[in-house]
Design a protein around this ligand. Structure first.
Ligand code: FAD
Length: 264
């Protein structure tokens, strides 16, 4: 580690002000990415601005068909929420499969989507469920939020306050995890609404993406059979020591079929 200034503001305005005043500030949520990255000196912020005392960023409400989750809400809280289990069970299911108990008790929704790891689970839900990301200065459609590998639409110093997830007719999440890291090799969320179906994939490319061919087939017939003649094109998918692009493409088909069965 190296010297840096640790700040723990008591409110949103003070946190934003601290960022403005810092030479090179960084927000700290649960530290599950920030701390290891700082240990490796891949990031060396002058000021670490801990959001832990900002109660306005914590909590879950369900009202008017919207599940609203504060950015500092932990994965464990989402997984355990009876309100979310009732409204969008797939979301609680997704959160319950993130990492291990330590990661789930420290990691947050805001930190996860701000970081936008290619294998992070939440981006699949934000896009599949047509969520809206609220920040201190605007609302960003989930479709526009994730812009590339570890890249988002957030501007410098922009702070995520909450994410709104509209309740779906049906949704399901299927994850094929790397048993060592618990990150997804590939995971798929399927979301069905009266007028449309969305299929989102994480772990297989640089960033969350949709599979329009599958969505179209499922809009015509919401059964796993509707997918049987669709082969996912794989040349642009990730190949690494864990899995080839071809294998990941195969997994997308298998997991989408399972998610459709689960959502049915
Ligand atoms: C061993 C291990 C296994 C994991 N497995 C999984 C997994 O299976 N699936 C998965 O999805 N994730 C996994 N993770 C990631 C984890 O779930 C966290 O979500 C992720 O590391 C971010 O951590 P955090 O919320 O503590 O944010 P931090 O590490 O504190 O912050 C991450 C980034 O987000 C920024 N940030 C934080 N909050 C905000 C905000 N409100 N507004 C704007 N910017 C903000 C920070 O400045 C920083 O750049 C794993 C992590 C570890 C260490």
């Amino acid at each position: 580690m190296y010297d840096f200034k640790f700040q723990r503001p008591g409110g949103l305005a003070a946190a934003l002000e601290a960022f403005q005043q810092a030479d090179d500030g960084q927000f700290l949520a649960g530290g599950q990415t920030v701390i290891p990255v700082m240990k490796q000196r891949l990031a060396m912020p002058s000021d670490l601005i801990d959001l832990g005392a900002l109660d306005e960023l914590k909590g879950i409400t369900v009202a008017g068909g919207i599940v609203s989750i504060g950015s500092m809400t932990t994965h464990a809280e989402v997984a355990a929420s009876e309100d979310i289990r009732q409204a969008i069970p797939a979301l609680a299911d997704l959160a319950s499969g993130i990492g291990d108990p330590h990661v789930r008790n420290r990691g947050t929704l805001g930190g996860s989507i701000a970081n936008n790891d290619p294998a992070a689970d939440y981006p699949a839900a934000v896009v599949a469920l047509s969520a809206t990301v609220h920040t201190d200065r605007r609302q960003i459609s989930g479709d526009d939020f994730f812009t590339g590998m570890f890249e988002t639409a957030l501007e410098d110093g922009e702070l995520i306050t909450k994410v709104d997830f509209p309740v779906a007719e049906a949704a399901a999440y299927e994850k094929f995890e790397n048993t060592a890291s618990r990150y997804a090799l590939v995971a798929v969320m399927v979301c069905r609404r009266a007028e449309s179906v969305r299929v989102t994939v994480i772990g297989a490319g640089p960033c969350v993406f949709r599979v329009p061919e599958m969505e179209k087939a499922l809009e015509a017939e919401f059964t796993s059979d509707a997918l049987k003649d669709i082969a996912v094109s794989y040349p642009d998918l990730n190949t690494d020591l864990h899995a080839s692009a071809y294998y990941r493409a195969h997994l997308i088909g298998v997991l989408t079929a399972r998610a459709v069965k689960k959502a049915s």
